[in-house]
Design a binder for this molecule. Structure first.
Ligand SMILES: Cc1cc2nc3c(=O)[nH]c(=O)nc-3n(C[C@H](O)[C@H](O)[C@H](O)COP(=O)(O)OP(=O)(O)OC[C@H]3O[C@@H](n4cnc5c(N)ncnc54)[C@H](O)[C@@H]3O)c2cc1C
Length: 434
């Protein structure tokens, strides 16, 4: 495995690094709410955003996750890993670079499964950054297990009628269209019951019951919509990928999203570690710098070790996606998803703690990071579900022991070793055995 970066690409990364810190991070301070980058009606924010996006395009770095056929660079995941580490520093950066979730995932499935008409109507303006979209899958009574979903879509003539409720549909208040996962065949096998439908936001029958706020937001800034779909009618061709393909489409969408979140989380962890280091060499107690106290050194060392392990796991996974057959990295993507939430939570907590009262305030980015970690452990599937998948994949390759004792049973292996070298061990002249 080779994680080397060539000189030309390194120059691009250096430019990105400067640009994000100097030009983009100010937007995080001026428009700090979770939903701000998606608010297409905020004219002041858009007036600042457009020229920044233009600079990104001029540097050939717009929407780099896309294939060349969709206007991207066709960069592999390894290059995207280095880029996303930089973008991860800033909440606005993914929007400035045309790589903001959930639009990236929605664009991917429209590109993969969409009809020509769907691509023209939804995909192109999404890729151009002109509109934003929502993925509407989770329900109030069920999230991690799609088999529990009840929101349905049934055929009446040449239309689908959608009925039910969805929960935590992020950015619905700003979205031009929703991709809704609905039960289209309740009697089918579990993985063929569901379909995806593309629904314009203005379709009659859609009611946003409430915009739920994340724990780091005030209620007025909630962006996660609880939605009621009340006999919402869409044409038969609103289906994405065909009836019963909802599960397959959802899987295609979530793989890329998870690894890109992990890449950006490396950037956030780096930022927290940088802050810890600065604090440790800036503040004194008991006649010494914080960094001269061994407890503090322990916090720093643990954070650096965990971050390095996590980063290497992400880079290896990216390399596997680029170099191994399709699907070979699935287990590793799950590992990144699990590790991301744990490492981020541990490093953010230590950084908050090392900053004392200041760390617990809203005066640094650390509080937002700390509150973001539990969300990473739940969004795109809870940690437990991924751990189960990882373990099952490993167990599939495991073989039972040949007898009552494990293959590593020392007495059994010792007997085999004695037998293997008996000719030497039992020889009266070990230097020249029989
Ligand atoms: C920030 C954020 C943004 C989101 N955006 C969207 C969005 O745009 N669109 C959308 O549709 N959804 C979205 N979600 C919802 C997300 O997909 C769900 O939260 C997730 O699938 C988990 O579902 P749930 O919240 O219903 O939790 P549940 O499924 O109720 O799980 C709750 C807990 O139960 C335990 N658990 C669950 N399953 C198992 C299992 N198999 N084994 C052992 N323990 C288990 C775990 O501890 C888990 O955390 C978002 C969530 C977050 C946090």
């Amino acid at each position: 495995m080779d994680f080397k970066v060539d000189a030309e690409f390194q120059e691009r990364l250096d430019w990105m690094n400067r640009f994000v810190r100097e030009e983009v991070e100010p937007l995080d301070l001026l428009f700090p709410t979770d939903g701000a980058p998606y608010d297409v009606e905020n004219t002041k924010a858009r007036a600042l955003l457009r020229p920044l996006q233009q600079q990104v395009k001029e540097h050939g770095l717009w929407a780099c996750h896309l294939s060349p056929s969709l206007g991207g660079k066709g960069y592999g995941q390894l290059k995207l890993a280095f880029m996303n580490e930089i973008l991860g520093r800033s909440h606005w950066a993914p929007t400035v670079f045309g790589t903001a979730a959930p639009d990236t995932g929605n664009a991917e499935i429209l590109a993969m499964f969409g009809t020509t008409e769907q691509k023209a109507r939804y995909l192109q303006p999404l890729l151009d950054g002109k509109i934003v979209s929502t993925f509407s899958m989770t329900e109030p009574q069920a999230g991690a297990d799609p088999k529990e979903f009840t929101c349905s879509a049934s055929r009446e003539g040449d239309q689908w009628i959608i009925d039910g409720e969805k929960w935590y549909s992020s950015n619905a208040r700003y979205a031009a269209f929703f991709i809704v996962m609905a039960v289209t065949d309740p009697q089918a096998a579990p993985h063929e019951r569901l379909s995806m439908l593309v629904v314009p936001a203005e379709t009659p029958g859609i009611t946003v019951l409430r915009n739920v706020a994340g724990m780091n937001e005030t209620e007025e800034h909630g962006i996660h919509a609880h939605i009621r779909y009340d006999r919402v009618r869409v044409p038969a061709d609103a289906i994405l990928g065909g009836p019963g393909q909802g599960f397959k489409v959802a899987q295609a969408r979530l793989g890329g999203g998870r690894i890109h979140h992990a890449m950006r989380t490396v950037g956030q962890c780096n930022r927290a570690l940088e802050m810890m280091l600065e604090r440790a060499v800036s503040r004194r107690t008991q006649g010494r710098l914080l960094g001269d106290h061994q407890f503090v050194q322990g916090l720093i060392a643990d954070s650096a070790i965990e971050l390095e392990q996590f980063r290497l796991l992400v880079l290896k996974t990216a390399w596997m996606i680029d170099n191994e057959p399709h699907g070979a990295a699935r287990t590793h993507i799950g590992m990144c998803k699990v590790a991301m939430a744990k490492v981020y939570q541990d490093i953010a907590r230590r950084a908050v703690h090392l900053h004392g009262a200041l760390g617990t305030s809203r005066d640094t980015p650390l509080g937002t990071m700390y509150m973001g970690a539990p969300m990473l452990a739940v969004a795109d599937g809870p940690t437990e579900v991924h751990k189960v998948q990882i373990a099952k994949a490993l167990l599939r390759g495991a073989k039972p022991a040949p007898g009552p004792f494990p293959t590593e049973h020392i007495p059994t292996k010792r007997a085999a070793a004695l037998s293997r070298y008996a000719h030497v061990l039992n020889s009266p002249d070990p230097e020249s055995p029989l």
